[in-house]
Design a protein around this ligand. Structure first.
Ligand SMILES: Nc1ncnc2c1ncn2[C@@H]1O[C@H](COP(=O)(O)OP(=O)(O)OP(=O)(O)O)[C@@H](O)[C@H]1O
Length: 307
């Protein structure tokens, strides 16, 4: 029997006959941080708003806690949906107080959270004067101030600087250790550091779901080439992932490092490298197992990330 507090099965959503979600399956259990990753526009926010009860799926089922629908469980979860939480004509403090009053389990913990997020000095300014990152901090402090077992956070680290991302990670990990559950959307590989599980969304469904270490172990070998350009067809996918004069790519099953070394200039260094979270993101977003198995052409979408 599952102890999941979020169970999504076959969730579908289309807009104007344009399919966005084509059958999302996902569970979240108490005391875990689940990261929902995928490139821009893949449907992460649409799925989150289905879980929040603000968008109705066209098909599939969503159960929260003991068989509740999203609209009947809103008191037990706290939701941060991008750009929908603040009133620009109120100050940061007024926005935070409003959320405390609005949410059935709202608390005044937003004051401490605002300090942690270094927003304290700006709390009495109008939100319309805030930067994108400051507005995001108000949304984060609002969502986390409710004392609930489940938090649904849509791209909380977007627009935060690296130090703030670390602070937010610390906040989430501390609550996770108290048994709280988080579903967090992201396209920042850095966020994988705090994930107990990562689910990758592609073409409207979850294409990989597992513990980060397991997902890393399941990747094809990663090869790093420095100071030379290998024949591109020696690496998986249409594109290798370039950063300066360094190229990273995934090794096809039939290839070996020596074959790649033979295809580059004499001075170039070719070596296997342990996979990073960025490699993991690139693989599930831009390459995919169908390419590794020789069933596709790769280059799923847009540009790979290199940080
Ligand atoms: N209300 C709507 N009406 C029509 N199309 C919509 C609506 N909401 C979302 N979409 C479309 O659904 C798709 C998925 O959008 P969504 O915001 O969920 O992507 P995302 O994965 O969260 O992307 P990002 O990482 O950029 O936030 C997009 O093509 C978007 O244009």
């Amino acid at each position: 029997m599952s102890d999941a507090i979020v169970t999504a099965t076959g969730v579908e959503k289309r807009f104007d006959d344009q399919p966005v979600l084509t059958g999302i399956d996902l569970d979240v259990r108490p005391g875990e941080i689940v990261l929902l990753m995928g490139p821009n526009g893949v449907g992460k926010s649409v799925f989150m708003s289905c879980l929040a009860g603000s968008t109705a799926p066209d098909a599939g089922e969503i159960e929260l806690f003991d068989g509740l629908t999203p609209d009947r469980s809103s008191a037990q979860s706290s939701v941060m949906l991008q750009g929908t939480m603040t009133d620009p004509d109120l100050t940061g403090r007024e926005n935070l107080q409003f959320y405390e009053d609005l949410h059935p389990r709202g608390t005044d913990e937003w004051e401490a959270l605002a300090e942690r997020l270094e927003l304290g000095a700006d709390l009495d300014r109008l939100v319309r004067e805030y930067s994108g990152g400051m507005e995001r901090k108000v949304e984060i402090a609002s969502a986390l101030s409710a004392d609930v077992p489940l938090y649904l956070l849509d791209e909380p680290t977007a627009e935060l600087d690296l130090a703030m991302i670390q602070t937010l990670h610390d906040l989430l990990l501390a609550r996770r250790d108290e048994g709280k559950a988080f579903l967090v959307t992201s396209h920042t590989p850095l966020d994988a550091r705090i994930a107990d599980r990562i689910a990758f969304v592609q073409n409207g469904r979850v294409v990989a779901d597992g513990e980060p270490e397991t997902l890393l172990d399941d990747l094809p070998p990663v090869v790093r080439v420095r100071g030379g350009v290998p024949d591109e067809d020696r690496l998986l996918g249409e594109r290798a992932f370039r950063r300066g004069d360094e190229i990273r790519g995934f090794l096809p099953a039939e290839a070996d490092v020596d074959a790649i070394a033979a295809s580059v200039d004499g001075d170039a260094r070719v070596e296997l490298d342990p996979p990073s979270y960025t490699d993991l993101f690139n693989y599930h977003t831009y390459v995919g197992p169908e390419v590794a198995e020789g069933k596709g052409t790769g280059g799923r979408a847009r540009k790979p990330v290199t940080n």
